[in-house]
Design a protein around this ligand. Structure first.
Ligand code: BV8
Ligand code: ZN
Length: 257
């Protein structure tokens, strides 16, 4: 998307907003080579049944299979690099905070790329692939860039299987993270919703909460979502293209790289 085709009202709001919130999903990491979940051919769920791998029951049934799948995803993430979309979100955070505004990046992603891109004000609603804990005593497991095999990895303290620190279907989201996200979207002037199909709750419900609180919402996504019709702005395209254009149009090319 060319910078000159970005809505003027969006640029003006981003340049002046007292509080900016961002909600990201796996689409923001797609250009880094990390599969999304629901993209028809390449998404995780096109090849695996989420209820076979992303639930506590699946872990209980086959901890070796589940932990191998998550460890392979963890190691794959370590080989990937943040893309221009991640970098643009870091720049937006810097500009908003520079002028004394409030910023929060709420991510559903578990890949750690926002942190590696330099974003600081982040909450991870669905946990992280880079935080493994014992299913028995919750001791955290040191991680390197080697596989955790043999699977499932065992806790050195109590011998129980160690699990990835992600939120599985049917599990509650981390209370503090979700509370911070709810609070921020209720006071934000602008919510950027980037690279998410808007299908997973309660994360997706943050968009409804933002809209009900009078926050202007802008969706940046490759394809339409259930939220498309109620967004103030919908920018259809790749996050790695649109977000840098939005930063350039709002703050000029002098933005730090
Ligand atoms: C909960 C971590 C309370 C693990 C994930 C029955 C029983 C229990 C719960 C439920 C139930 N029925 C429904 C629910 C609620 C359930 C839910 O929402 N299910 C959905 C599927 C219907 N939610 C839960 O279970 C949550 N917990 O409700 O607890 C509770 C407790 C007990 C009993 C009842 C209630 C927990 C949800 C969290 C699950 N964990 N991930 C892992 O990573 O394996 S979810 C998973 O989906 C990821 O976290 C992911 O982030 C998230 C959302 O997906 P997206 O990120 O949006 O990815 P997707 O592929 O869908 O979309 C990508 C988009 O990007 C696309 O639109 C694409 O077009 C776009 N795109 C692609 N490339 C680009 C791009 N856009 C821009 N640029 C590009 N380059
Ligand atoms: Zn233990």
């Amino acid at each position: 998307m060319q910078a000159d085709s970005l809505p003027e009202a969006l640029v003006e709001l981003l340049a002046a907003a007292r509080a900016v919130a961002v909600l990201t999903g796996s689409g923001v990491s797609a250009e880094s080579g990390i599969p999304t979940f629901r993209d028809a051919l390449t998404g995780h769920w096109a090849r695996f049944d989420p209820y076979e791998l992303a639930t506590p029951q699946a872990f209980g049934r086959d901890p070796a299979r589940v932990t191998e799948w998550y460890d392979q995803r963890r190691l794959a993430c370590l080989q990937c690099r943040p893309n221009a979309g991640h970098a643009a979100l870091t720049e937006i955070e810097g500009h908003v905070e520079e002028r004394g505004g409030r910023f929060l990046l709420v991510t559903q992603n578990v890949d750690g790329l926002h942190q590696r891109a330099g974003s600081r004000r982040i909450v991870e609603l669905h946990g992280s692939l880079h935080d493994w804990r014992c299913s028995g005593c919750a001791a955290s497991m040191p991680l390197g860039d080697e596989p955790l095999s043999p699977y499932p990895p065992r806790c050195r303290a109590c011998g129980q299987p160690v699990r990835p620190g992600v939120v599985w279907f049917g599990e509650m989201l981390p209370r503090d993270a979700f509370a911070a996200a709810e609070s921020m979207v209720q006071q934000a002037d602008l919510l950027l919703v980037v690279g998410t199909s808007g299908l997973v709750h309660p994360a997706a419900g943050l968009v409804d909460l933002a809209m009900d609180s009078g926050c202007a919402c802008c969706q940046i996504n490759l394809e339409p979502t259930p939220y498309t019709s109620c967004m103030r702005w919908c920018l259809q395209g790749a996050a790695g293209t649109i977000l840098p254009s939005l930063v350039r149009k709002t703050w000029g090319d002098s933005s730090p790289a």
